[in-house]
Design a protein around this ligand. Structure first.
Ligand code: CA
Length: 230
């Protein structure tokens, strides 16, 4: 049974989350402040954190940074519409995904399931990606499609690897640049944009309407794979 730590100061929202999650047989631990969240996350070692960004005694951002310093546990941010600009900061601080309030129950549960699955996969260190008709083996650095071998440059492999490490989650532009090009290139996103464009030409059936290498407007990118092929 998976344990979910819900960090939210509004009792009504916390209660909705608790009811929803418990109906799906998750065990719910609650925290109504940043301080409580710190205590609960250390004592219970939850499998997933749902973090509200606006808390009475501090920002959810602080919690994300603190938890990330010692744990790879999946973190989903709950953000109000007024906190849109904070989403990117939350993702950069190490959150895996975000949901905007008001959220729908099926969407929330789907995100929770995806985040928990990712965690299991991360541990398996999957080396091969099924992207429609293209198969990319990251460990062998080989890619093939219906017409045979697909040639990817070392840089393209590194960008794919970076996105695959956060499979299904949003990775900000800054994060990809930091991991692939290095921190000294943070201000320059042109190389990344060109690389993404080239990758799409090689792996997407229609590069203008990507089905796998997705853009999250204003935030970054998300790599999706076919669930059934894994
Ligand atoms: Ca709040």
């Amino acid at each position: 049974m998976h344990q979910v730590l819900v960090i939210e100061d509004e009792p009504a929202i916390r209660n909705v989350l608790k009811v929803l999650l418990e109906a799906e047989h998750y065990r719910v631990i609650e925290a109504d402040s940043a301080l409580r969240a710190e205590i609960e996350s250390r004592s219970h070692k939850p499998d997933l954190l749902l973090v509200d960004l606006g808390l009475p005694d501090g920002s959810g951002l602080t919690i994300i940074r603190r938890v990330r310093a010692w744990s790879p546990v999946p973190i989903i941010v709950l953000s109000a519409r007024a906190q849109e600009e904070q989403k990117i900061a939350a993702l950069d601080a190490g959150a895996d995904d975000y949901i905007t309030k008001p959220f729908s129950a099926p969407e929330l549960l789907a995100r929770v399931r995806a985040a928990l699955r990712r965690n299991v996969r991360g541990a398996e260190q999957t080396g091969a990606l099924a992207l429609g008709r293209i198969r990319v083996d990251l460990s062998k650095r080989a890619a093939s499609g219906p017409d045979g071998e697909v040639h990817l440059t070392p840089l393209e492999y590194r960008v794919l690897e970076c996105l695959a490490r956060h499979l299904g989650a949003i990775v900000t532009q800054q994060q990809v640049i930091r991991e692939v090009w290095g921190p000294e290139r943070l201000g320059d996103s042109r190389g990344l944009r060109v690389c993404i464009m080239n990758l799409r030409t090689k792996i997407e059936a229609d590069p203008r309407k990507p089905a796998y290498l997705l853009t999250e407007a204003g935030l970054g990118y998300r790599l999706r794979v076919d669930e059934t092929e894994r």
